[in-house]
Design a protein around this ligand. Sequence first.
Ligand SMILES: Nc1ncnc2c1ncn2[C@@H]1O[C@H](COP(=O)(O)OP(=O)(O)O)[C@@H](O)[C@H]1O
Ligand SMILES: [Mg+2]
Length: 294
Amino acid sequence: MTTMTTTTATSPVLEASGVTMRFGGLTAVRSVDLTVNSGEIVGLIGPNGAGKTTFFNCLTGLYIPTEGKVSYKGTVLPPKPHLVTNAGIARTFQNIRLFANMTVLENVLVGRHTRTKEGLWSALLRGPGFRKAETASRERAMELLEFIGLSHKADHLARNLPYGEQRKLEIARALASDPGLLLLDEPTAGMNPQETRATEELVFAIRDQGIAVLVIEHDMRFIFNLCDRVACLVQGEKLVEGTSDVVQGDERVIAAYLGTPFEGAPGDEEVAEVEAAESGSGAQSTTSKEGSAQ
Ligand SMILES: Nc1ncnc2c1ncn2[C@@H]1O[C@H](COP(=O)(O)OP(=O)(O)O)[C@@H](O)[C@H]1O
Ligand SMILES: [Mg+2]
């Protein structure tokens, strides 16, 4: 790794090794290894059905992997969602899961719940401990709403927010559990370019607060701008992993992911020659192709 501006040593936050998930005869995830280090934003890409969400579900205890193991900061995670959240991993979902009839603030407070020590009796009796914890939770929730730019809508019902803001609110709710690792499943799906740019900035800001991020996205510009490292899943297997530059230029990724011919692909020259011949122009086809602007 290159030297970063920070002097903090990086250490693994998430270590998944040999994670396999089978559904009957279908192997949705096959022996995937992935590490996310502190201070990193890691991308997970791959065509639809590649197993990205299933892999997330294995990391967060929603699924018990058929094989493999998942550790968070050196401790193996039990496959139970609430224990994974307690340990410090938060996530958002590919399909928005908000409480539509709760306010924006209440939705964040729900995410805060795992971090409040006050028990049921304290809440029912509304003793001083409860009130203190409640005040602290509200303050933290409002802070998070400010962070994502939604504090002015704290009292609005979640269902009345525009789509892009609902996605942001999901992120705030995930952050409310004070995670050390945030998993985002297609956070910009359905967003316009401005909202996507804003989400990019938001993810950078989250990373700058010391939270490692693993993000699934289809928007390649978003991914390659954002991520220190990118892994590409194809049919459940990790095909390639590397820096954005390396993965961006990898022929297998381009072929598998985009499924389209690319600049400089084998056969490109032949195609160009055939097209030139058919158009009847380039009678004397040579290899001189310099200067073509991109
Ligand atoms: N609960 C499930 N039961 C059976 N098959 C599933 C289940 N969840 C996912 N799959 C299958 O696993 C494969 C990977 O799906 P998914 O992880 O959603 O892909 P991605 O998120 O990369 O688009 C797909 O073939 C999907 O149909
Ligand atoms: Mg998915």
